[in-house]
Design a protein around this ligand. Structure first.
Ligand SMILES: O=P(O)(O)OC[C@H]1O[C@](O)(CO)[C@@H](O)[C@@H]1O
Length: 423
């Protein structure tokens, strides 16, 4: 369901050189013997997820949908990006559905936080606070404000409207949830934040947004089955993982994930965390960047075409748009646009993509990989997640780096805590 294509002969020729390494690392990953093997719970998740908890997610989501106008998700990084990415990809940017899903806990911006608090003031509100560690400062700061707001507004009933998704036993958030009597969902120990969208972390907000989470899990399972074989002729995720390594070996240190759909831009943010936190270690890794075309062709297009040759593009093409429009004819044709009359707007988008590909590859000398996804449905979202999980794990293991930790993130926190006077 995800196809990888490239026009570059050097990639096609060199990919198979990696087959032996890929086979070995694939076995290690499947047998939980790879670097970071404490965090590979996501690999078998399509087969092992707790069906009872899954059913409870759907029940809780239905209850929340009845109760609120606004569902506030409080979290950051992996405890935020996946849910937002899925909701935007599947429902679009102007879904106009009830409840509205909004996000907090993903910034220290006082302006943003104050504006969210102001926005929800007179609305019916439910809250999902999400933190694996239960100690992330952005999330904790916003949640204290939210909790006080909810306690004041709903008194005894506040606890019916707050759900905590966190570690099963550890962390401050678990203690608060137990003390206050909030419903809780568990983030498994062996699934890290950036792999957690397929757990209650992502699934509860996604279900509250009215999206079919059974379809997400069936996409996930389909990808698991399609990617069972490590043969690079059949496993597009691993072939993509290898192409990245070949390209970096040729000096391309930046990967720009490009989509032609604006509602995919948060997918790119989610993908950046997945690849950036997994790969950017020990002075190694490709910098993950992103753009939405044709929008950004009018800002970044110049650099891609003629700037320093540091980047390659990975185009995430959507085969079938969620909606399409037939371009109308106009008797006067003052705008001189009649040459498109009767054409579909998606066809125009696809022609822009084709023209851009030719410009960047043939004239600009920018290598391109093309990943084609069927559509922006819930099932495709699940499939794509698993595809990128496997690709990411493999590409990072090929670097001999642990894909599942993020030691570098702690450095800013240490300095910040010192400045904030935390002991
Ligand atoms: O779910 P938590 O523990 O609040 O962490 C949020 C995010 O913060 C990070 O740990 C980085 O600090 C990410 O890896 C993680 O997704």
């Amino acid at each position: 369901m995800i196809k990888l294509e490239t026009k570059h002969a050097f990639l096609k020729e060199n990919v198979k050189d990696y087959q032996e390494s890929v086979d070995r690392l694939h076995q290690q990953l499947m047998n939980k013997e790879c670097l970071g093997n404490d965090y590979v719970g996501w690999v078998e998740w399509p087969n092992t997820y707790d069906q009872e908890e899954f059913a409870r997610i759907k029940q809780t989501a239905a209850r929340m949908r009845e109760m609120c106008d606004v569902f506030v998700v409080c979290g950051i990084g992996g405890s935020y990006l996946g849910a937002r990415a899925a909701i935007e990809m599947i429902n679009g940017l102007y879904a106009n559905k009830k409840p509205e899903i909004i996000f907090i806990g993903n910034t220290f911006s006082s302006t943003y936080i104050a504006q969210v608090m102001e926005y929800i003031k007179d609305k019916e509100v439910c809250v999902n606070v999400i933190s694996k560690s239960g100690t992330t400062t952005e999330t904790s700061l916003a949640f204290r404000l939210l909790k006080q707001f909810m306690d004041e507004k709903y008194k005894e009933q506040a606890k019916e409207r707050i759900v905590a998704t966190t570690d099963k036993a550890r962390g401050v958030l678990k203690a608060v949830a137990d003390q206050e009597g909030y419903e809780t969902f568990v983030i498994p120990d062996d699934i890290g934040g950036r792999y957690s969208v397929i757990t209650p972390v992502g699934l509860l907000p996604i279900a509250v947004a009215g999206i079919d989470i059974d379809a997400i899990m069936s996409g996930l399972k389909k990808a698991y089955e399609d990617l069972a074989d490590s043969d690079l002729d059949h496993n597009a995720a691993y072939a993509y993982a290898v192409c990245r390594r070949i390209l970096q070996n040729q000096g391309y240190d930046v990967e720009m994930l490009v989509s032609y759909e604006l509602q995919m831009s948060m997918i790119a943010e989610w993908w950046k965390q997945l690849f950036g936190e997994s790969e950017g270690k020990e002075g190694k890794g490709i910098l993950p960047d992103s753009a939405t075309f044709s929008t950004d062709l009018h800002s970044l297009g110049q650099f891609v075409q003629e700037g320093k040759k540091v980047l390659f593009e990975t185009i995430l093409m959507i085969d079938r748009p969620t909606q399409d429009i037939t371009f109308p004819s106009d008797a006067q044709n003052l705008d001189q646009m009649n040459y498109l009359s009767g054409k579909s707007v998606d066809w125009v988008n696809k022609m822009a993509a084709q023209g851009t590909l030719e410009a960047h590859v043939n004239t600009g000398g920018v290598p391109n990989l093309i990943l084609t996804l069927k559509d922006m449905s819930a099932e495709s979202f699940g499939y794509m997640c698993y595809f990128f999980f496997r690709a990411c794990a493999m590409t990072v293991l090929l670097l001999d780096v642990n894909p599942f930790n993020q030691p570098g993130v702690e450095v800013y926190k240490k300095n910040m805590f010192r400045l904030l006077g935390k002991n």
